[in-house]
Design a protein around this ligand. Structure first.
Ligand code: NDP
Length: 313
């Protein structure tokens, strides 16, 4: 690595993120022995790396002829991976802060449904109903997606005693988790689940993965928790299933965000809407990941968490 001429990184994300990253990136680069000039307005042909949010100002990556990699600030890449001007390697964000946030959110909503907390929070009517919730080991949970986030949630829920089944594209081997893959694996993973968590990326193969057919496989009284992406669920099929076998859906992500005011999910008694806050990339930890990946690039190592565009994630 040439330490005399600083590398140039272009930051392409919303204005709100800039102050946090200007504070967090320099020490992260220093810790990796890197000298990086990060700016929001380097000339394209001088840029070595782009740190990008999919909705950032740079949407045409073609002029960045020297750029060695685009480092995505988000875990989800469905809005950036299909960009035809982006021919550079694309790495997605795997950030311990993002993972911890997701684990906390998923565990919190799982426990809400598992313990039936709503009955006590909203049903205080002077009647003493001593109904005990089952123990976690009697409440099967299925997680669709066993990547960075799904596997971390699976491990935490297993630690709490839930029997956890996970489903992924390739077969996994995770201690104490029943791992399924493939079409038959999906059927098996959904068959007995009482709580379903969706942590799949949005691709052609995962769009509407919960539809009339697959929703019907779920147990009577099942709970759905979706922090993945809105189009993973067929909205109309879910609205129908909420009148049949689904007890409640907690949805953090939607086909259109913000969720339009007139959308039936807002007022539905069996739907909880949260405004895409399940987790977020945190500058303090994400900067360490960005710096590590740039250091790897400079050392001639492969980048971590590269997106496979043939798979779409
Ligand atoms: P990863 O890429 O690490 O994991 C994705 C998982 O989904 C992998 O296990 C993968 O299988 C599996 N998968 C992908 N396609 C298929 C398929 N066709 N069939 C079966 N399994 C499939 O992603 P992350 O865990 O980091 O993130 C998951 C998603 O969470 C993101 O894409 C994003 O949409 C969402 N997210 C939401 C946030 C929020 O605040 N609501 C915050 C952050 C992320 P395999 O392992 O075999 O490749």
């Amino acid at each position: 690595m040439n330490k005399t001429s600083p590398l140039r990184a272009l930051f392409s994300a919303g204005d709100a993120a800039w102050p946090e990253y200007t504070a967090a990136l320099p020490p992260a680069f220093a810790a990796q022995g890197l000298t990086v000039d990060v700016s929001r307005d380097h000339a394209p042909e001088t840029v070595d790396y782009i740190i990008a949010a999919p909705n950032g100002p740079i949407q045409n990556f073609a002029p960045f002829t020297r750029c060695k990699a685009v480092l995505n600030l988000w875990a989800g890449v469905e809005d950036i991976a299909p960009n035809k001007t982006l021919t550079q390697p694309l790495a997605r964000m795997v950030d311990p802060g993002l993972t911890d946030g997701m684990v906390e959110w998923v565990v919190g909503h799982t426990m809400r449904h598992h313990l039936g907390l709503d009955h006590h929070i909203h049903g205080q009517d002077g009647i003493w109903r001593a109904a005990y919730p089952p123990l976690a080991h009697n409440r099967p949970v299925t997680i669709l997606g066993l990547g960075a986030l799904g596997a971390a949630c699976a491990k935490m829920l297993t630690g709490l005693g839930f029997p956890v089944t996970g489903w992924s594209r390739s077969q996994k081997d995770i201690a104490d988790v029943t791992c399924q893959s493939g079409t038959d694996g999906l059927r098996d993973a959904l068959a007995d689940a009482e709580i379903i968590v969706l942590l799949l990326p949005l691709t052609d193969a995962t769009t509407n993965i919960l539809n009339h057919k697959t929703l019907a496989l779920l147990a009577d009284g099942a709970f759905i928790i979706n922090p993945g992406r809105g189009p993973l669920i067929d909205d109309d099929a879910l609205l129908t299933a909420l009148d049949l076998n689904i007890a409640h859906a907690t949805l953090d992500v939607f086909r259109t965000e913000p969720l339009p005011k007139n959308h039936p999910f807002w007022g539905h008694p069996k739907v909880t809407v949260t405004p895409h806050i399940a987790s977020t990339t945190r500058a303090s930890t994400a900067s360490l990941c960005i710096a590590e990946n740039i250091r790897r690039g400079e050392d001639g190592l492969s980048f971590l968490h590269l997106v496979d565009r043939s798979k779409g994630y």
